[in-house]
Design a protein around this ligand. Structure first.
Ligand SMILES: Nc1ncnc2c1ncn2[C@@H]1O[C@H](COP(=O)(O)OP(=O)(O)OP(=O)(O)O)[C@@H](O)[C@H]1O
Ligand SMILES: [Mg+2]
Length: 298
């Protein structure tokens, strides 16, 4: 089975990696591939910049779920909003909910409690997957989480187990328990690591793998190496243009880091080129074809 077919069987796909390596383009590329394969997919970005919407050419959402393509939805999630909604759902009386939401204790709890923001993000995905997204929410089969860069998403994936250790009863604890079970199950939850074939991103990707093993007891399902320079041009006889020599140096570096990954990263790997295109649907279209081609070689 190729990686797209495999990911299309998951309920939750968490895309993680160092800042700026291409997590959002890879989330969008995988989302489009799954939707094209018939899977009802939602991509959730947790980043106030709304990069995903700009990439997909959808208008800024203000946090709503927007249909971007057939079977594909996008959402920019504000974790605090989700958490407030959980309180509202629990306390049906709006006035009472308002008083809790405004209370200093809740304010402190919502901003400070470890794992709570992460639980809100995952809980949101969980509710949508179980048809509990509220009125107007689409029925989705897979949620792709474009995880926040900080802490590499390990914190996100480790949060439910952490919360179940601290809170032992009530609705939060039940949800955390269900989420911890979902995340532990490689049949239902896939982890995609994105990197670039450069020294620091590769170093961080390898550290991320170790951290996932130690703190989440999980292996990543797929590695995506993004932004590869095109293969070296044939050597020229005359004096070399500066740009060509830069290209040659970058590609040499890419080759060295790819060799390091081949040695130390077991498991499937997709390679994507650096394209001379701005963020947008044209970039996603070409990356989608490269992804599918690379996936076919498995
Ligand atoms: N293969 C590629 N070819 C050309 N441009 C790319 C490629 N991959 C990413 N980019 C561009 O690089 C920028 C960073 O990519 P992206 O936003 O996906 O990274 P990110 O890991 O999500 O970053 P952040 O950690 O800030 O969220 C974007 O402007 C995107 O359009
Ligand atoms: Mg991003």
């Amino acid at each position: 089975m190729n990686p797209i077919e495999q990911l299309a069987r998951r309920q939750l796909v968490v895309v993680t990696g160092k800042g700026g390596v291409g997590k959002t383009v890879v989330s969008a590329t995988i989302g489009r591939a799954l939707a094209a394969a018939g899977r009802r997919t939602l991509i959730v970005e947790v980043d106030p910049r709304e990069n995903l919407h700009q990439m997909m050419g959808t208008p800024p959402s203000g946090g709503d779920i927007l249909e971007a393509e057939p079977r594909l939805w996008v959402q920019n999630l504000k974790p605090r909003q989700v958490l407030d909604q959980v309180v509202r759902d629990q306390l049906k009386l709006e006035l009472l909910a308002r008083r809790v939401l405004d209370s200093p204790v809740y304010q402190q709890f919502a901003t400070g409690a470890p794992g709570l923001k992460e639980l809100a993000i995952l809980g949101h995905a969980y509710r949508l997957l179980h048809g509990m997204g509220g009125p107007g929410a689409p029925e989705v089969e897979t949620v792709i989480l474009d995880a926040p860069a900080t802490g590499h998403g390990v914190t996100l994936l480790a949060a439910p187990a952490l919360v179940t250790d601290v809170i032992t009863n009530g609705p939060f604890s039940r949800m955390a328990g269900d989420l911890a079970t979902l995340i532990a199950d490689p049949e239902r939850c896939g982890i995609v690591v994105v990197t670039q074939a450069e020294e620091m991103p590769v170093e961080e990707a390898l550290e991320l793998r170790t951290a996932l093993r130690d703190r989440v007891r999980r292996e990543p399902e797929l590695l995506v190496v993004n932004g590869l320079y095109p293969p070296e041009p044939p050597p020229s006889t005359g004096p070399e243009n500066e740009l060509v020599s830069l290209w040659r140096r970058r590609r040499k570096l890419n080759d060295r880091e790819l060799a390091r990954l081949k040695e130390s990263w077991p498991g499937p790997r997709i390679e994507l080129p650096q394209l001379p295109l701005d963020r947008g649907l044209a970039l996603l279209g070409t990356l989608g074809r490269c992804f599918a081609e690379s996936a076919r070689n498995f």
